[in-house]
Design a protein around this ligand. Structure first.
Ligand code: FAD
Length: 506
């Protein structure tokens, strides 16, 4: 089973063997492009660039699919979470149509890859249904239908949806799809290696610097490149994009049913957060996948309740035989509704990024792959400006904020904490974590199943916000920019690039 950035096991993770690389990276050559991150964005982009004649190296901190790609639900949509009327309002009607076309091109690329490389990932074209359940939602649905049609989608009102959930009005959109994401990503990783590309797993990028070429420092040595792409879901370090991308958690479960009434098409209700439904056959077994209960990272006191609410929802409408898998994962909402794909703000010209996909990263990752390839090949793509990460304005006082918080932390540490006192204070059950107040300071405490206590400085290593405990995934999550740490403080996902500081208990 592959690893993932959480304690729960996703459907894809539970059914996929780790990716075995067939090449070794070479520290003595200058790669044309180093791609940091082996999720769907990194591997999709690497394949296109390698096929276009660039010698590419993918550096993945853990394993291919370790990030949100291993915890997604893999609907492939041109009907996006940010409605086309919002995109039209923020970027103009013409650009809304360009976004719809880019999403359609992304789905064509995925279908083409599946066929060309004969990837057994259950890729199936499907219709999508969006349904309203009250008058207010009906008005919203009408707006979505009208503006989606204007943007070029094949969308009409219909009588009926594939799911047994009551509705008042519904639309159907043609030209959507679904697949098993890890099988797909592993398939294109193989194609990338077959084309001469190189992948290094368990290879974390720590820093970059310039000495004629880009020097990319990792835990396995230094590699050189002309260009570098951060396909890390959110870029590491401190960047203005962190203030433009808000981290959210979403919950999913894969269940088997007592009857065979699995809905073959994709469906969505219109609550905020909304529920999403689809079926996938994995290793010969059919699963209904239902997701929802999204919230801003760190803003839910008990994340296990999110899974309980989702389970109640599924059981209310479907004859559940078994809850086979349940998990959660993270995505990043962009401030103005579109992802940031292109030159990394504040970095030199040879460093690129793709982030801020919201809940449409399966589609937007291929939009990013196509666009980044064109930018790096200097083809001056028409979409470059629309998705430009530098469309954001610098924010005054940004640097000061970081300095100020660093000072506070210095003052905090160097003190010794009484384990006994803290344990009494916290009253933790085995397997539970909590932020506790101790002598006017906060401490992130976790007690493992054997009763061992882990005490951490709760200040996120990224920009010093306090992390929050995520009971469902047994992780410390930062509500500010989405960095996540294991129960023992080890960093799992960026933008933080170091662990939470451990505290010594007396
Ligand atoms: C529950 C849930 C359901 C979703 N469902 C859908 C859906 O149905 N359809 C859809 O379109 N989108 C969906 N999304 C969103 C989509 O899954 C993500 O946008 C997408 O997977 C992001 O892929 P990525 O490759 O950019 O990032 P990731 O998959 O997170 O990959 C980033 C990789 O970078 C690596 N990395 C990070 N830092 C470093 C470093 N310093 N050095 C080396 N490697 C590093 C990580 O280990 C990781 O493997 C969903 C999201 C969630 C949370």
């Amino acid at each position: 089973m592959i690893q993932r950035d959480g304690a729960l096991t996703s459907l894809w993770q539970g059914n996929t063997a780790p990716y075995i690389v067939e090449n070794r990276p070479d520290k003595n050559i200058v790669y044309d492009v180093i791609i940091v991150g082996g999720g769907i964005t990194g591997i999709s982009t690497a394949l296109l660039l390698q096929e276009a004649g660039k010698q590419c190296l993918v550096l993945e901190a853990a394993e291919i699919g370790y990030g949100t790609t291993g915890g997604t639900t893999a609907h492939l949509n041109t009907l996006l979470d940010v409605p086309y009327y919002v995109i039209a309002k923020n970027f103009g009607e013409e650009n809304a149509a360009h976004v719809a076309e880019a999403a359609a091109a992304a789905l064509r690329l995925i279908k083409d890859n599946v066929q060309r490389f004969d990837i057994d990932c259950g890729f199936t074209e499907a219709d999508a249904y969006l349904f309203a359940q009250d008058e207010e939602q009906e008005k919203e649905l009408e707006k979505i239908r009208d503006t989606s049609a204007k943007a070029g989608l094949d969308i009409i009102y219909v009588d009926g949806t594939p799911v047994p959930v009551p509705y008042t009005k519904a639309v159907r959109v043609k030209g959507q799809a679904k697949f098993s994401p890890l099988e797909y990503v592993h398939g294109i990783a193989k194609a990338f290696e077959a084309a001469g590309g190189v992948i290094a797993q368990n290879c974390k990028v720590i820093n970059t610097s310039r000495e004629n070429t880009l020097k990319v420092e990792t835990n396995a040595g230094v590699f050189s490149a002309v260009d570098l792409i951060y396909a890390t879901h959110i870029p590491p370090g401190i960047n203005l994009l962190h203030l433009r991308c808000a981290p959210y958690r979403s919950y999913a479960m894969a269940v088997t049913l007592q009857d065979d009434a699995y809905p073959e098409e994709l469906s969505y209700d219109m609550y905020d957060p909304y529920h999403y439904y689809r079926t996938q056959v994995v290793k010969g077994e059919k699963y209904l996948i239902v997701g929802g209960e999204d919230h801003k990272t760190g803003m839910e006191a008990n994340t296990e309740k999110c899974l309980q609410r989702l389970e109640s929802h599924v059981r209310k409408y479907f004859p559940v035989k078994e809850i086979a898998y349940k998990w959660s994962s993270q995505y990043f909402e962009p401030a103005d509704g579109l992802p940031y794909i292109g030159y990394l703000p504040g970095a030199e010209d040879h460093i690129f990024v793709a982030t801020g996909y919201g809940g449409n990263g399966m589609t937007y990752s291929s939009v990013a792959a196509l666009l980044l390839k064109q930018i790096i090949l200097q083809e001056k793509p028409a979409l470059e400006k629309l998705f430009d990460p530098n469309r954001i304005k610098p924010i005054a006082g940004f640097t000061n904020f970081v300095t100020h918080n660093t000072d506070v932390i210095k003052e905090f540490f160097g003190k010794l904490f009484s384990g006994e006192e803290i344990t009494q204070l916290a009253e933790l059950a085995p397997g539970e974590g909590k932020l506790v107040e101790y002598h006017d300071r906060k401490i992130a405490l976790y007690k493992n199943e054997e009763g061992r206590l882990y005490a951490l400085n709760p200040n996120c290593a990224h920009m010093k916000c306090d992390v929050k405990w995520n009971q469902a995934e047994r992780s410390w999550d930062c509500p500010c920019h989405g960095a996540r740490y294991n129960y023992d403080g080890k960093v799992m996902t960026g933008p933080a690039d170091s662990d939470l500081e451990g505290l010594v208990l007396s």
